[in-house]
Design a protein around this ligand. Structure first.
Ligand code: ASP
Length: 328
């Protein structure tokens, strides 16, 4: 996996369809409760973002939007549920950058990881943070790196499965410091965070939407934010470049998906509602507190989402293939 990580590092340093439901069969949309699947456990960053979006979209759509957590296998179990759902717009998926790496990392899946979905719109791009248990014996990134290099055989690193953001970020870190650590996979970084807070996990790289409050509450050590500039929610946390690892830079985009063959008018209605949600002052304020912000309105559209997703799949494919590393 370190070979893959090196490729990732280089790249980042440089920068079952069901049949269509006829429109006439949908007199009004939505006509019942909607379900949005989070492909990771409850309490984690994707879950947090999804609950905020679902609440605001539900208000706009006039229907409750229930969030269901289907974690496991790096997010592929939840994605599979939505790819195989009835394409009537009532079952959706909110996933992250894993939608761009899964098509190459996983060669055997029980669903089509690209053709199985209709993109609805991008949601947010979230910075990552490198965090450690509170009694980790370092306070700066340089000190942490020295300990990781020295104690690599003894340290463990949590992630949310192969292709998860925490997995990719961990690979970047291990490659940047040239030290593999034992990785412990969870169904999401929500449960991983509980283990980190309890001191049973040493290190994790996760979205600020799961780490900001714990950092501000001094429940964790934090060594870096993986963005070019410091972020407003965590002004005292240095960037990885400031800490001496300029190539350890990554942010995690999230998007909303419907199953393949969902009628375009329904996808468009969902996209309009997503745009309303992303303007919602409560959502915007909460995103800001958690170190992120909604994408610009013109990116919360099916076309912009498809273009970005397609480009990101193309960006990751050669990196993963050249490294010859696959989830199976
Ligand atoms: N942050 C997780 C990841 O590593 C996913 C989650 O639990 O939201 O991809």
């Amino acid at each position: 996996m370190l070979r893959l990580a090196r490729r990732l590092l280089l790249a980042l340093a440089a920068g079952t369809a069901l049949s269509a439901v006829p429109a006439e069969a949908q007199p009004s949309f939505p006509n019942r409760t909607l379900t949005v699947i989070v492909p990771f456990a409850a309490g984690g960053p994707t879950d947090t973002v999804t609950r905020l979006v679902a609440e605001a979209m539900g208000r706009d759509l006039g229907q409750t939007m229930v969030v269901e957590n289907v974690g496991g296998a790096g997010g592929t179990l939840g994605a599979q549920r939505v790819a195989n759902a009835r394409p009537d717009g009532h079952t959706l998926l909110l996933h992250h950058i894993g939608m761009a790496t899964t098509p190459t990392l996983y060669r055997r899946l029980a669903y089509d990881p690209v053709g199985g979905f209709e993109p609805v719109g991008l949601v947010t791009e979230v910075p990552m943070t490198l965090v450690a248990r509170n009694n980790f014996p370092a306070t700066t990134l340089a000190e942490a790196v020295a300990i990781i290099r020295r104690d690599q055989d003894k340290l463990n690193y949590a992630n949310a499965g192969i292709g998860a953001a925490s997995h990719l970020c961990g690979l970047l870190l291990m490659s940047a410091v040239n030290a593999p650590m034992t990785t412990v996979p969870f169904r999401g970084t929500g449960p991983a965070m509980q283990e980190l807070l309890a001191g049973r996990i040493d290190l994790m790289c996760d979205q600020t939407t799961n780490t900001t409050e714990q950092i501000l509450g001094h429940q964790l050590k934090v060594f870096a934010v993986t963005t070019q500039s410091r972020i407003g929610a965590l002004p005292n946390v240095p960037t990885s470049a400031e800490g001496g690892l300029p190539a350890f830079e990554v942010s995690v985009w999230h998007g909303l998906y419907a199953p393949k063959a969902t009628p375009p008018e329904i996808v468009n209605r969902l996209s309009q509602s997503l745009q309303v949600a992303l303007r919602d002052p409560r959502l915007v304020a909460r995103f800001r507190e958690l170190g992120t912000e909604p994408v610009a309105q013109d990116r919360a559209t099916p076309a912009a989402h498809r273009a970005f997703w397609t480009a990101d799949i193309a960006k990751w494919r050669p990196i993963i293939q050249a490294a010859g590393q696959f989830a199976d």
